[in-house]
Design a protein around this ligand. Structure first.
Ligand code: ZN
Ligand code: ZN
Length: 336
């Protein structure tokens, strides 16, 4: 570790200040990586490995029940990809993605840089920075801290959405998916984007502020192929979380990292699965707050909102107007 320097901190800018200089970069960074060919091919490749390793077992049908399948039915089952819910995914995705860059850019520029600058200013109250020398170990630590903070903020937002009726009205649209496809990850109401964009901007700003201060702006996250090291490591998990093939990790590993199948249970309407597995990447926060649920092998996970509510969330229009209908109902009944 290098000796602390006595450099003044007037000109210290965190990593986010650099990122925020080009709106175009933000737009490009905002394109969903796991819908690109390499990531879809990774999903299919892993599916192929699982198919041969388990002799055709481990793939679920549109009702969320595991059944034996030939290769094509295992990887791309007709009942899932021709389901009305998969079509609604496309429409919701298009609207949400059209609006997302504006919110995401604006929130990174405001929430992210303000948080980062605020943290640096608070830590620099004495007028000096430690001025540490960056190394691969520190870069990995920076990536890991960013991931853990992001995962916690994601958990907090997601938990609140599940528990507060006015927010559940928005998040319900993601849970109204009756089948899971890689696109379901982006099936969300257009009002949900800003919540998570603000959350990620805040997390990156917090980590960027602390590490920008520690290293006098001389640190970046560890990357592999130009992608954040841990984002790359866990990126494939994103599309597999919303893929109908049950990808289990060994039980001990599931206590640390969410296996993709743990998101199958999150989307199930069975009471024992409600409000479980709320984080994005690690199992730490769910474990800490008692919401971790590790499913048994090929556990039945019927997806969607359940028979009582599902019929009101079938079409694109029903899903897009859903929160407004719910809020109107709450107002009428005198919410809360
Ligand atoms: Zn949820
Ligand atoms: Zn989901």
């Amino acid at each position: 570790m290098a000796a602390p320097s006595t450099a003044t901190t007037g000109s210290v800018l965190g990593p986010l200040a650099d990122i925020a200089t080009t709106g175009w970069d933000l737009f490009v960074a905002n394109l969903p990586r796991d819908l690109t060919w390499p990531f879809l091919l990774i999903t299919l490749g892993l599916g192929l490995i699982l198919w041969s390793a388990r002799a055709g077992r481990g793939s679920k049908d549109a009702s969320g029940r595991e059944r034996p399948a030939g290769l094509l039915q295992f990887l791309l089952p007709r009942d899932i990809y021709s389901h009305p819910s998969a079509r609604v995914d496309v429409g919701l995705y298009v609207l949400e993605r059209l609006l997302h860059p504006f919110w995401y850019g604006a929130l990174i520029l405001t929430v992210g840089t303000t948080t980062e600058a605020g943290v640096i200013a608070a830590l620099s109250a004495s007028g000096t920075t430690p001025g540490l020398e960056s190394s691969l170990g520190w870069m990995l630590l920076y990536s890991l801290c960013t991931l853990l903070i992001y995962d916690f903020v994601f958990y907090a937002i997601h938990y609140t959405e599940h528990k507060v009726p006015a927010l559940w009205a928005i998040h319900k649209v993601h849970h109204s998916a009756e089948v899971l496809t890689p696109l379901t990850r982006y099936r969300e109401h257009f009002l949900e984007g800003p919540l998570y964009a603000a959350g990620s901007a805040f997390s990156y700003g917090l980590a960027g502020g602390v590490f920008g201060w520690l290293f006098n702006d001389g640190i970046t996250q560890a990357t592999l192929f130009n992608i954040g090291f841990f984002s790359l490591l866990f990126g494939f998990n994103g599309s597999f979380r919303h893929y109908h093939v049950a990808f289990h990790y060994p039980r001990w590993l599931s206590k640390w990292l969410h296996s993709p199948v743990m998101h199958h249970t999150h989307h199930s309407y069975l009471p024992q699965h409600w409000d479980t597995n709320l984080a994005a990447v690690t199992s730490l926060w769910d474990r800490l707050f008692g919401t971790l649920y590790i499913p048994e092998k090929d556990e039945f996970t019927p997806w969607g909102l359940g028979p009582e509510t599902q019929h009101r969330y079938r079409s694109w229009w029903q899903n897009t107007t859903g929160p407004f209908r719910d809020w109107a109902g709450m107002l009428k009944r005198g919410y809360p």
